[in-house]
Design a protein around this ligand. Structure first.
Ligand code: SF4
Length: 118
């Protein structure tokens, strides 16, 4: 199955065409450098995204705590992770980079605060 991937590693934004199946990459065309080749191959086999969202603050309805995943999460886990985040409330005070949810969805990746509050 062929898939076009836009490389986000640098501003040039090469359109890279990857052909393969669920387990292997057969060919990669259109990349401008080795980093793009590696990015497109990895993105084809297991796409990942940084998750950026907010978490409810316990006892405060007027504000939310901005959070993000400490590393990119598997794209197919984002919805499951959002369900957990939606049902999470954090108690203040919180400092930037505090872990809000550890090992979300068994990915080994933490959800961390991106702002000091309280
Ligand atoms: S393939 Fe290389 S040159 Fe092209 S966007 Fe990616 S990093 Fe930039």
């Amino acid at each position: 199955m062929k898939k076009e991937i836009i490389c986000t590693v640098c501003p040039r934004g090469c359109h890279i065409l990857v052909d393969g199946d669920e387990k292997s990459v057969f060919s990669v065309d259109g990349y401008g450098c080795k980093r793009g080749f590696e990015y497109a191959s990895a993105e084809y086999l297991s796409p990942v995204r940084i998750l950026t969202t907010t978490v409810k603050i316990f006892g405060i309805d007027s504000d939310l705590l901005p959070v993000r995943s400490a590393k990119p999460l598997p794209k197919n886990k984002l919805s499951e992770c959002m369900d957990i985040i939606k049902n999470t409330e954090v108690k203040l005070p919180v400092k930037r980079y505090d872990t809000i949810i550890s090992d979300i969805c068994g990915t080994g990746i933490d959800i961390v605060a991106t702002k000091d509050i309280g």
